[in-house]
Design a protein around this ligand. Structure first.
Ligand SMILES: C[S@@+](CC[C@H](N)C(=O)[O-])C[C@H]1O[C@@H](n2cnc3c(N)ncnc32)[C@H](O)[C@@H]1O
Length: 303
């Protein structure tokens, strides 16, 4: 039986462990029958489920280090233009189909970048599975970041029943589709036609019947939407406070705005938020961006 047939690969340090420890390392599920292949442990996700106690494992001597890369679905994104490294990644990770190298910064209103294909299939398209949701993504066509998956779960857990939700910068829909099962309706807007096409594909594939996709400028949403929302997601971190007045026009009193921003000091936007109508504001670090800057989320309860 090959590694691919067995299921997920999780690199682990040498030592001794339990099934629970391996699950913490990132295995989706495992029995304690462990195969060895290229220094990774292979867990049979679809095999019979049995929990047979403790086991030992050891790292393969001389295991080759792979170049640093980020995974988005079946695509690895390399930080270096390294075709040989890309080929090694592809052969070490059978679940991947493509290795890319970014040839531009993230730019423009659509927040996209260009890529060179270093190995594998000539595509920037893939599917990302996140907490049971599957998103079609095209890295060159529309923004997507897998790093916000914890945020999406955090907000889903905060939601009450039957909320009216607005995602002002929806992209391919990861927030909108994650929140939809908890909402009466999610309005998901984006200015990028390619993002909205993928959003519609994702709505269809997830069988969400309460997400309304809009190809529309978030600056003018209050001119067309008849509702005040219980919750608004604002994930356009570089735009700062430019879109906040629009969000405050669309939120109901007591509703919550989740405002993501790239900041360089604590409380950077607090005065502006209070001036616009923020009653209670909680600020949290989402992730670091550079030595001086980080992504913050402001959870704002509106007056
Ligand atoms: C940082 S991405 C976030 C996408 C998505 N929320 C996610 O987490 O993957 C910001 C998105 O806002 C969209 N955008 C930029 N300016 C916009 C505007 N004025 N109105 C609507 N969408 C806009 C971009 O096309 C992009 O898809």
């Amino acid at each position: 039986m090959t590694a691919e047939q067995w299921g997920v690969r999780v690199p682990v340090k040498s030592g001794e462990g339990t099934r629970q420890a391996l699950l913490r390392e990132g295995a989706l599920d495992c029995t304690l029958k462990v195969l060895r292949d290229g220094g990774d442990l292979i867990f049979p996700v679809n095999a019979e489920r049995e929990d047979t106690g403790r086991f030992t494992f050891e790292e393969q001597p001389g295991r080759e280090e792979l170049p640093r890369h980020e995974l988005v679905g079946g695509i690895a994104i390399l930080q270096e233009n390294d075709p040989a490294g890309a080929a090694r990644i592809l052969s070490a990770r059978p679940s991947l189909h493509t290795v890319l190298f970014p040839t531009s910064e993230v730019t423009g209103e659509f927040r996209t970048r260009t890529y060179a294909v270093l190995a594998g299939n000539d595509t920037t398209r893939t599917e990302v599975v996140e907490h049971g949701h599957c998103f079609a993504v095209d890295l060159a066509g529309a923004y997507f970041s897998a790093r916000l998956s914890t945020e999406r779960q955090r907000i889903a857990e905060k939601m009450g029943r039957n909320e009216l939700v607005l995602d002002m910068f929806a992209g391919v829909g990861p927030f909108a589709i994650t929140l939809a099962p908890h909402a009466a309706l999610v309005v998901a807007a984006d200015l990028n036609p390619r993002a909205v096409a993928l959003l519609m594909e994702n709505i269809r594939n997830s069988r969400a019947t309460n997400v309304l996709p809009l190809l529309f400028d978030a600056r003018r949403l209050d001119a067309i939407l008849p509702w005040k929302f219980d919750r608004i997601i604002m994930n356009l971190p570089l735009a700062g406070t430019e879109f906040l007045p629009e969000a405050f026009r669309l939120i109901r009193p007591g509703g919550t705005i989740h405002f993501y921003s790239l900041v360089s000091c604590e409380k950077e936007h607090l005065d502006r938020i209070r001036e616009l109508g923020g009653a209670e504001v909680t600020e949290r670090v989402v992730r670091s961006y550079s030595a001086e800057k980080w992504h913050a989320v402001y959870d704002i309860a509106a007056r």
